[in-house]
Design a protein around this ligand. Sequence first.
Ligand SMILES: *Cc1c(COP(=O)(O)O)cnc(C)c1O
Length: 375
Amino acid sequence: MNTIKPFDYPIHITRPVLPDLNKVFKKLREIWESKWLTNMGDQHKALELKLLQYLKTKYLSLFCNGTLALELAIEALKLTGEVITTPFTFPATVNSLYRSNITPIFCDIKLNDLNIDEDGIEDLISPKTSGIMPVHVFGNPCEVEKLERIAKKNNLKVIYDAAHCFGVEYKDIGIGNFGDISMFSFHATKIFHTIEGGALTYNNSELKEDLNLLKNFGIKNENEVILPGTNAKMNELQAAIGLLSLTLVKKEIEMRKNLTSIYQENLKDIEGIKYLDKKKEVKHNYQYFPILIDESKFNFNRDYVYEYLKKFNIFSRRYFYPLCTEYRFSKKKANCRIPNANKIVNQVLCLPLYGELKREEIEKICAILISTLKI
Ligand SMILES: *Cc1c(COP(=O)(O)O)cnc(C)c1O
């Protein structure tokens, strides 16, 4: 019989990093006095500069969210036809392709890091392929060097979905420097946020002007509208929240790093539970704590554990579930072979992780998880 009591308050998968409310009021006053609420004002300019430094990238553009940023990245690079991507991602990645009239071609993932299997890409290239859209899943960088070689050799563009990668570095290089464009999401659930928001980073200076036009109706000047752009601008309030939450990121990452090691310590000897290894030469951001539950060894499957935790007021997340190939509008090719993704999608569970989580709470979450074995 299990004697552990449920939490008497809900433990959610994450909590947003919230700046001090007095500082928010001060910022609001600044904005009110300027009477400039959107359209690339002072807050927007300041945030762009700060993020360029933080992410160590060459160029950066801000957007009202990460998904629209991704759609405009596709448009700016003029991708068409087919793009090779992963089925193990958030809907935004693949939907942005569909919305651009591009057919996603699904490549399997690797079991060690859950990222696209770069060795499977070249077999999927057709005369219609214009690009590759890999995702740095859970902040673990893809094999960026190999991907660059494949892209160069086959004359393909690369857009990284780096939504999980704020502050991640590979060999001391900001992760947003790889590929043609990288997309960062600043949604409230991400480690750095602007409530809703996103950015693109890139090395080609010519993209700056194109992206500015695309996110602002294609307006070149008072007399000319030169392309059918949309409205995807980040406003001044979003940018101000970003400036304030940026000052909290370093500490948040530090706290999550410590909490991650408490999880790892508590789960390390449990047969059938695995967590992802930290990659070499990577500065991680600890945005999530995913575990893999192998039913054949743990005796219970992931969905059972997910429901079991709920009974104790713990809300974990089956992140990413279902696979993109399972969406009812998905255009899965008959020969789509993704055995690893099909396996992993039923094993991954993200456990609660946020800076304010306490050591005792994690120890209790782990004890509850392990207690399934004693039922
Ligand atoms: C959060 C997320 C997005 C979407 O970002 P929004 O800013 O919410 O539009 C895209 N891809 C992945 C992998 C994400 O986790």
